[in-house]
Design a protein around this ligand. Structure first.
Ligand SMILES: *[C@@H]1O[C@H](CO)[C@@H](O)[C@H](O)[C@H]1NC(C)=O
Length: 394
């Protein structure tokens, strides 16, 4: 009883003392019918919340809200929570989003939480345009965070983005938690989450089924933590493509743990163009990963060069200190471990530890070119021991 009274008092106290407003977008004119443009109401809510000296909440109740491309700009005076119980839907004409780069863009905000919410970008007609070979707009990501700090994205569902679903660019201290991303297997370039030029990003307890990378990790990523993520279908968890530019920031300190890949085209991939670059990948730990029928479970590919745009070149990207620990499951191809590193910058400090990958139709194999490192515990494919250039210290 005493407890009960305490909590009531506590509730009343917080209620009366905080007195911060909740900006319900419906009160500001948004319509939950899925066909009336609600963009202005969301912008109005943002303007009110962003200019308030107190922490504020923007609330989107259940229902469907049609939104055009919209930019939520900071800096704001205090923290903002965007709580979404409803679904934000894109206009049916893909061209409305098509050239906007991003459908929902948060930019230069510090202290932002996006809680819940469904995003339906209705990408199918856009993909149809792309696969038909017609001239199509570049496409929009569904939600982008640019130069934002202290961000929480929790419980968001994003379906059928035109291109990448979630982008974290130039940010620090970002928590992505309990996110669900769904796009068809064959939808082009519908990556799940892309991170670049950011540090201190965590992606946890999320499920990502797409037509492209589950998580893609671009240059300038530092201190990235991924755990309890399930991927597939899609192209797996990918660092790269790097060496897009000659002058490029590196990728360092990436951890991928306790995750599962199912039916993906790649598992854990590091990929760079076979072109000059001062980029690097340093300090990557993959641990406790389950592969279910994955095409290239462990892959470093530094010879990436579609359309032969880099003849007779080798990748300048230096890859070192990459550990694969406790990786288990099935490979859909015979070569389960493939390191195809740069001839001018061989991979160093590659470590395999307790890796057990099997192939249904025969002996599982590995292939190592220009790769040096060590191995420990059980390693299957067993031929890995013959292929690796052993290093004493890595
Ligand atoms: C590496 O990143 C993790 C977060 O993923 C962080 O906790 C740790 O401090 C970083 N290590 C270094 C040496 O910066």
């Amino acid at each position: 009883m005493a407890n009960f009274i305490t909590s009531i008092l506590f509730f009343l106290f917080t209620f009366l003392s905080s007195s911060h407003a909740i900006y319900n977008v419906v009160s500001l004119g948004a319509k939950s019918d899925g066909t009336t443009d609600s963009t202005k109401s969301l912008l109005k809510a943002w303007a009110l919340a962003c200019s308030s000296a107190k922490p504020e909440t923007i609330y989107v109740p259940t229902g469907r809200y049609l939104l055009k491309p919209v930019q939520f700009r900071g800096p704001c005076k205090n923290r903002i929570v965007v709580r979404i119980d409803g679904t934000l839907v894109a206009p049916s004409d893909y061209r409305v989003l098509g050239n906007s780069n991003s459908w929902l863009l948060f930019i230069k905000v510090t202290g932002l939480s996006v809680i819940g919410g469904n995003l339906d970008a209705r990408g199918a007609t856009y993909w149809a345009c792309k696969t038909s070979g017609r001239n199509c707009p570049a496409g929009a990501r569904s939600i982008t965070f640019n130069y934002a700090n202290d961000v929480v994205i929790s419980g968001l569902t994003s379906i059928n983005s035109q291109i990448t679903h979630v982008v974290v660019n130039g940010c620090s201290n970002v928590m992505v938690r309990g996110v669900k991303i769904v796009a068809p297997d064959l939808s082009p370039n519908t990556d799940g989450i892309h991170v670049q030029f950011s540090s201190g990003v965590t992606i946890t307890r999320s499920s990502i089924k797409t037509g492209d990378d589950c998580v893609s990790i671009g240059s300038g990523t530092k201190n990235l933590w991924i755990d309890r993520v399930s991927c597939g279908p899609g192209h797996g968890i990918s660092i790269g493509s790097l060496a897009k530019d000659k002058n490029e920031q590196g990728v360092q300190n990436v951890t991928v743990k306790d995750s599962t890949l199912t039916g993906t085209d790649n598992g854990l991939r590091i990929k760079s163009w076979a072109r000059p670059s001062n980029g690097f990948v340093r300090g990557v730990l993959y641990q406790n990963i389950i592969m279910n029928n994955v095409k290239n479970p462990i892959l470093i590919d530094q010879k990436y060069c579609p359309n032969n745009r880099c003849p007779k070149q080798s990748s300048g990207v230096k890859i070192s200190q990459v550990t694969y620990r406790n990786i288990k499951g099935t490979s859909a191809t015979q070569v389960a471990v493939k390191f195809d590193c740069s001839s001018s910058n061989p991979c160093r400090g590659i470590r395999l530890e307790d890796v057990k990958l099997t192939y249904q139709k025969g002996a599982v194999q590995s292939s190592c070119v220009n790769a040096g490192g060590t191995a420990g515990g059980l390693v299957m494919p067993a031929d890995y021991f013959f292929h690796l250039v052993y290093e004493r210290n890595s």
